[in-house]
Design a protein around this ligand. Structure first.
Ligand code: GRF
Length: 204
């Protein structure tokens, strides 16, 4: 499975995917990293792993869709089968979602459907939830919605502030995203309507 990763910044989830894919036994290959922002750490991580990285600035295009058509052309020229959003800070249009339908996944730092959108850790603390976490899901047009592939939960602890909680969630993200990519690449995910069935292995 040829994977393209969309990023906008730090790229720690990209790093987790690159590290997993460095194992020759891993069933997916990261063939391209695309950033909408130049000079970000994620691009340095791609370069260090020997994976081609490119910047396609959304600002260079007259519309969201024009930007996404440029992304898509570049992804398709690289023979990408699956697109992983990893800290990609652009909301995608229905055109992009349709074009990559069931071939586009995202990681979100909450236990969806709780806390879609931004500032999830502060909002989780404000809500007083005792469990928080992260979700990997297929992308649909509504932001941070879509069939859930996997989730990981972490406790909210006394004395947490958004940064401490974010750090705990991030560790879980770094385990969850490669795990979900592996399930997908092994052909173990089946969409039943808008739910994901996981076959085989410890998720069965
Ligand atoms: C992660 O928390 C991810 O879930 C969210 O943005 C953050 C990106 O971090 N969408 P990184 O760029 O992967 O380090």
């Amino acid at each position: 499975l040829r994977v393209g990763v969309l990023v906008s910044g730090r790229g720690s989830n990209l790093q987790a995917l690159l590290d997993a894919a460095a194992d020759p036994a891993f069933p997916a290959e990261i063939v391209l990293v695309l950033s909408n922002i130049a000079g970000v750490q994620a691009l340095q991580r791609a370069a260090a792993a020997g994976v081609p990285g490119e910047t396609i600035s959304h600002r260079a295009y007259p519309s969201r869709e024009a930007f996404e058509r440029a992304l898509t052309e570049t992804l398709e020229a690289a023979g990408v089968d699956l697109v992983c959003q990893a800290g990609f800070m652009r909301i995608v249009t229905p055109w992009f979602v349709d074009h990559w339908r069931d071939r586009l996944i995202n990681i979100h730092p909450s236990l969806l459907p709780a806390f879609p959108g931004l500032d999830t850790h502060a909002r989780a603390l404000a809500a007083g939830v005792k469990l928080h976490g992260c979700s990997v899901h297929y992308v649909r047009t509504e932001v941070d919605s879509g069939p859930i592939i996997g989730q990981a939960a972490v406790p909210v602890l006394a004395g947490d502030d958004p940064d401490r909680l974010a750090a705990r969630v991030l560790e879980a993200e770094h385990r969850l995203y490669p795990h979900c990519l592996r399930l997908l690449a092994e052909g173990r995910l089946t969409l039943e309507g808008e739910r994901v069935r996981v076959d085989g292995g410890r998720d069965d």
